[in-house]
Design a protein around this ligand. Sequence first.
Ligand code: NOJ
Length: 550
Amino acid sequence: MSTFHDKVIYQAYPKSFKDTNGNGIGDLNGVKEKLPYLAELGVDMLWLNPFYNSPQNDNGYDVADYTSIDPMFGTWEDLDALVSEANQHGIDLMLDMVLNHTSTDHEWFQKALAGDKKYQDFYILRELQEDGSLPTNWESKFGGKAWSKFGDTNKYYLHLYDVTQADLNWRNPEVRKELYKVVNFWLEKGVKGFRFDVINVIGKDEELKDADDGVGKSHYTDTPIVHDYIQEMNKETFGQHEDIVTVGEMSSTTVENGVKYSRPDRDELSMIFSFHHLKVDYKDGEKWTTIPFDFQELKNILNEWQEGMAEEGGWNALFWNNHDQPRANNRFGDVENYPVETSTMLAQTAHLLRGTPFVYQGEEIGMTNPEFDDLDEYVDIETHNAYKKMKEDGIAHDEAMEIIKQKSRDNSRTPMQWNDSENAGFSEGTPWLNVADNYKDINTENETVSKKIFTYYKELIRLRKEMPIIQEGSYKALELDHPSIFAYVREHEGETLLVLNHFYAEEDAITIPDDLLDKDAAYLIGNRAERTLEKEFKMGPYETAAFLLK
Ligand code: NOJ
């Protein structure tokens, strides 16, 4: 039996979690201070976004030194104390490994720039094509071209993300050896989990060519060699230890590859994040647009991943939120009229699926997008690049701001709302990113007294730990084309779990098949008081209900 299927992982974005020294930036001591809160919630593992030395152009995903702690986050003593106190609460640490690229401030890149051939081969450097065009026509995922001039040489370096994030040359065995040392370094520090940043783009084609689509993803995404590299990394690092939990962040991946990355006998990773279900409010696949989410598409995607991964023995990470996504409550629910129902329904939809749930800080209290009006309130580099691009494309300022309000990654990066005191109890200084205005209403203190979201999450987490059917049960959708309800059935050792999730405010009903009605049904959990299962099962606004059938 796998060792982690009963676990729930919490993601804290250290910069925005809790500031203990008044510099406006969250820190490791802040995370430590809040461990009792996380223990109360019942989570098993805590994923922390990068806190290594970094110029912070991409909030720490531009790592300048993999085995350091940026002083703004704390010291080695702080980290040791955090690991050991977390362990006392039964919580293990999961760190973020950003191994596809380094900051251009990294010593390796600096040595390369200074002419050191060994380090030049750590990066992907090419000359212009004969016609004077860039080495390839690929685009950076943060806008613009993926190549920039390498110092005053005649070469260009590849950066799939920001110009200050230079892609590493994984084809060079020296690079891989150095990166495995990094993973082993953190294992020795007592870390029990890793989240590998954009790990499916590390294996660029050997020969780099222009892409037919002018974007280039197929030349570096899910290439066969990625699996070899991950297997090698597993063998050289975490695979040598018991019970390490790993999750790969997979950009534009497929179910077929998802299975390969996560099937236990392939010795790659424990599970993967895929993102297709979070693109159902992109118009024609373009993020910087605003359209209502496509519910049928959302269900089709979740269903395809649930079925596909289960059939072949793969394992999904289950999530709606992270530091790169606007708040799911705003995207898929009604935060004005049904905030509690929205949060609990989304939570239940994810937590009772087959896979491992991730809770992103604040979702357990119903945090929302902050709706900043002013472009200056946004810090995120991708947001500012997108604004420039939208202006170039002739989109008016007001419309661009409306889009940013809905799509910016800063929507989920606002400080954690602990209480109704100034800055939501996050910091006594000036927060690096403004706090959302609704903190007087939405905060952890209020939540424990008056509302129901935190306790609901607690219950979902407790149920997972107790019930093998949630951990290991099969998955099958019920009436997949229902216009407003996402219903699914889990089965395990003669028991059935029926989960009904209503994604809209208007009442609707779903017809329950007779074979399910024939069994004894107990209301397991839902966001309404007691419910009885019946043929025409009516559901209220954003209602969720789960029944255990025997
Ligand atoms: C994914 C991370 O989650 C995101 O925040 C970052 O900008 C990119 N990878 C590049 O590292």
